[in-house]
Design a protein around this ligand. Structure first.
Ligand SMILES: [Zn+2]
Length: 293
C-alpha cells in the first residue's frame, strides 16, 4: 500500500507536469466520466498531499481528491513522442487520464477518485491527523490522541486520524528504530519517546519522497542524507529530479530492519523477527530489542 511519501511525490510530479495550464481530463474506463467532464479543459492550479490523500485544485474552485488505497497507481510520464494531438494508447483500466502536450497521467485502481468542493476538502483534512511531511503539522495533535488511548502504539500509528501518511512499513521500522514495544498502550508511551518518533519521521519521510522508496536502516539513511546534502539546495524536490533523471527503479537496495523478515535474525540482536496482525496489517517486531515505552 502506498504510504504518505508516495502521495507527496505524486503531488510534486503532477505539479511538474500539469500545474499552471489547462489539462485534458478524461475517463478512458468510463467510471469517472461525469467527474472528468467537470474538470476537462480547466487549469490545474496546485496539487498537494495530506497523508495518503491527494488534492489537486483546478480553476473554478473544483478539486480532485484521490486516494490510491491498497492497489491504486497513478503514473505521470512524459507523453510518448511525437508530441501533439496524436492519441496516447490506453493500457488497462484507466479511471482518470490527465493529458497535455508533453505529459500523460493515468490513474488506475484508486479507492477514491472524486471531484469535490473546497468545503469537502476541508472536511476530509479536518479528519486527518498531522502529516510529518507537511511543514505546518503540529505533532502535539497526535500526542494528544495517543496519550489518551488504551490502544497499542502500533495500531495508533496506522490510524490516519491520529497521524496521517504512516503506513505499515514506516510503522514497523520507526518503532524498531526507537526500540519501542509495539503493544504498549498509547497512554503509556512517554512524551519524549513520541517526540523522538515524530522527529525521526520528519527526517525519514522526505527521503522516501526524494528516492521513491522507504529508507530506514542507519547506513542507508546516512547515505541518502549525504546525497541530499550534495544537491544544490538540498531539497527533496531537487534530489528527486536527480534520482529519477538518472536511475529508474530503486536507488538503494531494498532492505529493512524488520519489514517482511519474519523468522530472520534481528540485525541488532540476532533474535528471530516476529509477526502478528495489528490494525489489519502484519506487524513485524523484535521482542528482545523493543521494550521501551
Ligand atoms: Zn533485536
Amino acid at each position: 500500500m502506498p504510504e504518505g511519501h508516495t502521495t507527496h511525490a505524486l503531488a510534486g510530479r503532477l505539479n511538474l507536469a500539469f500545474a499552471g495550464s489547462p489539462v485534458g481530463v478524461s475517463s478512458p474506463q468510463g467510471k469517472f466520466a461525469g467527474g472528468a467532464a467537470l474538470l476537462d479543459g480547466l487549469a490545474l492550479l496546485d496539487a498537494s498531499a495530506w497523508g495518503k490523500h491527494l488534492f489537486a485544485e483546478f480553476a473554478g474552485e473544483r478539486w480532485l481528491n484521490v486516494h490510491l488505497g491498497l492497489i491504486g497507481k497513478f503514473s505521470v510520464i512524459p507523453r510518448p513522442a511525437p508530441h501533439g494531438d496524436r492519441p496516447v494508447p490506453v493500457q488497462g483500466q484507466v479511471r482518470l487520464r490527465l493529458l497535455n502536450a508533453a505529459w500523460v497521467g493515468d490513474l488506475r485502481g484508486p479507492t477514491v477518485c472524486a471531484v469535490v468542493t473546497a468545503e469537502k476538502v476541508e472536511q476530509i483534512q479536518s479528519r486527518l491527523g498531522p502529516d510529518p511531511l507537511r511543514p505546518d503539522s503540529d505533532s502535539d495533535l497526535a500526542l494528544g490522541r495517543i496519550s489518551r488511548s488504551a490502544r497499542p502504539i502500533a495500531e495508533l500509528l496506522m490510524d490516519q486520524a491520529v497521524l496521517a501518511g504512516v503506513g505499515n512499513v514506516y510503522r514497523c521500522e520507526v518503532l524498531f528504530r526507537h526500540r519501542v514495544d509495539p503493544f504498549r498502550p498509547g497512554r503509556e508511551i512517554r512524551t519524549t519517546t513520541w517526540q523522538a518518533i515524530w522527529d525521526d519521521l520528519v527526517m525519514l519521510m522526505p527521503l522516501g519522497v526524494a528516492f521513491g522508496q522507504v529508507l530506514t536502516t542507519d547506513d542507508q539513511v546516512a547515505d541518502a542524507l549525504q546525497a541530499m546534502a550534495e544537491v544544490a539546495d538540498g531539497s527533496a524536490a531537487a534530489q528527486k529530479a536527480v534520482v529519477t533523471g538518472a536511475r529508474p527503479g530503486d536507488h538503494f537496495e531494498r532492505r529493512f530492519y524488520l519489514y517482511k523478515r519474519t523468522g530472520e535474525p534481528c540485525r541488532v540482536c540476532g533474535s528471530r523477527i516476529r509477526t502478528q496482525l495489528v490494525a489489519g496489517r502484519n506487524l513485524f517486531w523484535c521482542g528482545r530489542c523493543q521494550r521501551r515505552r
